[in-house]
Design a binder for this molecule. Structure first.
Ligand code: FES
Ligand SMILES: [Fe+2]
Length: 341
């Protein structure tokens, strides 16, 4: 039985990461090499040459595929060896496992199958905001020494902003803890909406938008197995309705791709897109810088949390409070999908 949901698309990284070098990455305990061929195709293969097991990620990328860095066997994106230097015949068994990987909206999506070689059952998810001219986005990534679900918990419960992120997107802790919160579920998706009218604009908001003393803030979080979309922002108090999707003001659209590496570690790929105020057009760069700082703070908390869980012998019976509804629903979804894997 798999420890992770299978027959799912997961985030393997961002398109911009695939240059002329192969990348070694482990997803769901499966070691693989990611590369873009010289003629532009993206590929994900098992990271082990079938000759003498050198990782293919130690090799080089060419027009036709990846060449092993030991004795030069060349592998196509299909996983088939297509050249053995100094030998005319390529053994028919000379191949490695290949995974389905696609590029969409600047994101690399990998299909983690129950059965290798079977085509994905559905299209990779859409994330149109990376291709929307109204927004500009920046990206970042972390390798976490903590299991992936601790990040789900963190992102589905933004009440922590007032305690963890006072230097950037925090604001009044009590207001965050008492914000009206609505949690809904549609199949395997969970949505958490929190509205906070009459907030004090936190530092990141002030750096990016000419807010006065108070603003009306919204937080809309959507969980899917492989990623969360978090749309937050604020309007000047008493102007637009904060639950109107066409509201103006300052917007932060966060993408959070969280992919298990092992039971105890994971990859976290994020992007942040923001609108620009006509008088402060370059401040998106400051938003991205402060976002990276904010996510460093989250990592410090989550990794400390996990170290402590281990020191105390694993996951105990946790005591739930009112902010945990979204995270607990996500946990039940993951549990059900793991059981089906
Ligand atoms: S180990 Fe790869 S070609 Fe020999
Ligand atoms: Fe956070």
């Amino acid at each position: 039985m798999s420890l992770f949901p299978l027959n799912q698309w997961y985030v393997a990284g961002f398109s911009s990461e695939l240059t002329d070098k192969p990348i070694a990455r482990t997803f769901l305990n499966q070691k693989m090499v990611l590369f873009r061929t010289g003629d532009g195709r993206v590929a994900a293969l098992e990271d082990r040459c079938c000759h003498r097991s050198l990782p293919l990620s130690c090799g080089t990328v060419e027009a036709g595929g990846v060449r092993c860095g030991y004795h030069g066997m060349l592998y196509a994106p299909s996983g088939q060896c297509i050249e053995v230097p100094g030998q005319d015949r390529v053994p028919t068994k000379a191949c490695v496992k290949a995974y389905h990987i696609v590029e969409k909206n600047h994101i690399l999506w990998i299909w983690m199958p129950q059965e290798l070689g079977v085509a994905p059952a559905r299209e990779a998810p859409d994330y149109p905001w990376h291709d929307d001219a109204r927004f500009k986005f920046g990206t970042g990534k972390y390798h976490y020494q903590a299991p992936w679900q601790l990040i789900h918990d963190n992102l589905l419960d933004l009440s922590h902003l007032g305690y963890v992120h006072l230097k950037t997107i925090g604001g009044n802790a009590r207001l965050h803890m008492t914000a009206d919160m609505k949690v809904t579920q549609d199949g395997d998706k969970v949505r958490v909406v929190r509205l906070m009218p009459g907030s004090t604009p936190p530092p990141t908001y002030k750096a990016a938008w000419p807010f006065g003393d108070t603003c009306d803030r919204w937080q809309e979080i959507e969980f899917e197995l492989s990623h969360l979309k978090i749309w937050t922002g604020a309007v000047e108090s008493g102007t637009d309705a904060i639950d109107d999707p066409n509201r103006g003001g300052f917007h932060m659209r966060g993408f959070h791709g969280i992919t298990p590496e092992t039971e105890e570690t994971c990859h976290y790929f994020w992007s942040m897109a923001s609108t620009r105020h006509p008088d402060m057009p370059e401040n998106i760069d400051e938003v991205i810088r402060q976002t990276a700082f904010t996510f460093d703070e989250d990592r410090a908390v989550i990794e400390a949390q996990y170290r402590n869980m281990k020191d105390f012998g694993g996951k105990p019976e946790w005591v739930d409070i009112h902010v945990d509804v979204g995270g607990n629903r996500a946990r039940r979804i993951v549990q059900r999908l793991v059981a089906a894997a």
